[in-house]
Design a protein around this ligand. Sequence first.
Ligand SMILES: C[S@@+](CC[C@H](N)C(=O)[O-])C[C@H]1O[C@@H](n2cnc3c(N)ncnc32)[C@H](O)[C@@H]1O
Ligand SMILES: Nc1nc2[nH]cc(C(=O)O)c2c(=O)[nH]1
Ligand code: SF4
Ligand SMILES: [Mg+2]
Length: 228
Amino acid sequence: MNPITTHYPVNELFETIQGEGSFTGTPAIFLRLQGCPVGCPWCDTQHTWEKSAADQVDAARMLNKSSPSPEWAELTAAQLLELFQQQGFQARHVVITGGEPAMYDLRELGEVLEGAGYRLQIETSGTFELKVSAATWVTVSPKLDMPGGFLVRPDSMKRADEIKHPVAMQKHIDALDKLLQRCPPRDDTIIALQPISQRPRATELAIATCIARNWRLSVQLHKYLNIE
Ligand SMILES: C[S@@+](CC[C@H](N)C(=O)[O-])C[C@H]1O[C@@H](n2cnc3c(N)ncnc32)[C@H](O)[C@@H]1O
Ligand SMILES: Nc1nc2[nH]cc(C(=O)O)c2c(=O)[nH]1
Ligand code: SF4
Ligand SMILES: [Mg+2]
């Protein structure tokens, strides 16, 4: 194991219902890591993009946020496990999101949390090399032609248990088709379309395409329910 303990920059830690993808409806602990250089113009979590030293706070302040902010606290896997217990979290599914969590080495987190009985899922753009435990459920939400100029990695697409593609227009589906040719997933990988920002036309397009292709629909259930 890595002799140096990894410190994770945590923007948010909360318990809710997973609102996206295959685990929709599953009670989950969300661990949102700070920092993302990809730059999707419609990103829900733009407050996580910049990881500024001036925004580092202690764990108590990070936990007590009343609204999204760029503040983050540095925590080790052992400290996170202790916090889960202190906070009284009941969920056994942990979603690591961000920001772009694949910028960090998540293997130590996997070792500690899986050792304590948790199942891990990562939400990632697929643009950074994955450093996750073998048992981690990998959700790749490919980001194509974004301002940051990052490319989706073939190895991340192969590792994906689920590909959850954000869509608003036909050109996004055409781009996904090209990506699936350039970077073929495994035969058992689930493919889902997720309408961008609950836009009605995006939702109609996603429904029609999912039916035509036998793909899954992922709506952002938490937004319909008005929960975190
Ligand atoms: C905020 S991102 C963080 C994790 C990682 N950076 C990624 O993009 O997968 C989590 C998920 O939210 C999706 N997402 C972000 N903003 C969205 C929006 N406005 N509408 C629909 N999905 C969105 C992303 O595509 C991704 O599947
Ligand atoms: N309830 C809920 N489900 C989610 N699934 C993915 C989320 C994310 O921001 O990555 C998210 C989120 O922020 N809230
Ligand atoms: S990759 Fe994820 S966190 Fe980064 S800008 Fe895009 S949706 Fe937001
Ligand atoms: Mg949210």
